[in-house]
Unconditional design. Sequence first.
Length: 342
Amino acid sequence: MVLHMVDDVRDSVTVAGIDCGTNSIRLKLSKVYRDGRCQDVVPRVLRVVRLGQDVDKTHCFAQDALDRTYGAAREFARILSEHPVDGIRFVATSATRDARNRDVFEDRMEDILGVRPEVIPGTEEAALSFLGATSVVSRNALAAPFIVVDLGGGSTELVLGGDGESTPVTSVDSAFSMDIGSVRMTERHLLSDPPTQAQIDDAIVDIDRHIDQAFTHVPVGRARTIIGVSGSVTTMTALVLGLTQYDHRSVDGVRVAFDEVFAVDDRFLHMSRAERSTYKTIHPGRVDVVGGGALVWNRVLAKVAQQVRAEGGPIIDSFVSSDHGLLDGIVLDYGMRMLARR
C-alpha cells in the first residue's frame, strides 16, 4: 500500500484548470499521469457569466459582468478548498485580451482564488485547444491532418496539426485566432430578435473576411478531418441529434454531416429568442447568442471544405464534435509540465 502511494505521487499530479472566456467560465480538477491520461476528480463545472458583455463595443468590462464572474469564482474557490490540488492554472482569453480595465478583473480574481489569471494570446489558446481536442483521438479513427475549430464567444481559433506520420497527433503545425464568436457577432450584427436578413448578410461578410485572413496563415487545404470544440459546436450537435437535454457523452466524438448541421444552424439562427428558449438542450446563457455561433460555424465548415477541395483534397462533408478542448488542454499541458520538473 505504501509503495502504491509513492508511485502515485511520482507518476501523477492533481491540478485544476480554469478557463475564463467571453461567455463562460469553467473549472476542471483532474489527476494527470505521465502517460498523458487525465482522470477527473470532480465533474467539470461551467457557469455562463457573459464576462464579455459589450466588450466588443466599449473595450471595458461592465460591472455587472464582473460581479457575475466573481460569483462563479467564489463557487470555484469553495470547490478547491474541498479538493486540494498540486497547482492551479487560470487562463483568460478573448474578452480579457480586449478589455482595457482587465487589471481590476485580474486583481479581484487573484484575491478570490489565490492565482492570477494568465491572459494568453490567441495562438496559445489555439495550441491548447488543439492539445485538448486531439489528446483523446486515435490515429486509426480519424484521417489526419486535423483542423481543430474552437468557436468561442469572442474569438474562433483554427489549428492545423497531427499529420499522423512524422509528428505526434497532438502537435500543432499552424494556428490563427479570429476575432469572431457567438457573443461578438450577436452584439455586432444580429441585433434584432429574430435577426433580419440584412443583419445576417452583414455578419457573413464580417465572418468571411476573418476566415479568409486566417487561411493566409493556416494551410487548411491540407486538412482531412474537421474537429469542432466549444459550447456552440456541441450545442448545435446536440440539436442535430435531437437530444431533449444536453448530454456531453452523447455529443463527444460524434460525426455529423454538413447537410444536417447546416439545416439546424440555419433554423435556429432565424428563430426568436423566445422560440430557442423552449429547447432545454440549449443552456439558458447561450439562448441569445447561439444563432451567432451557428452562423460562424456554418461559414467555417463550408469555407474549410471548399479550400480543401480547391487544393485537390477529398470532399469533406462532415465534422467530428468534441467535448474536449481548451480546458482539457490547460489541465493536460500544466500537469505534464509539472511532472517533467519532478
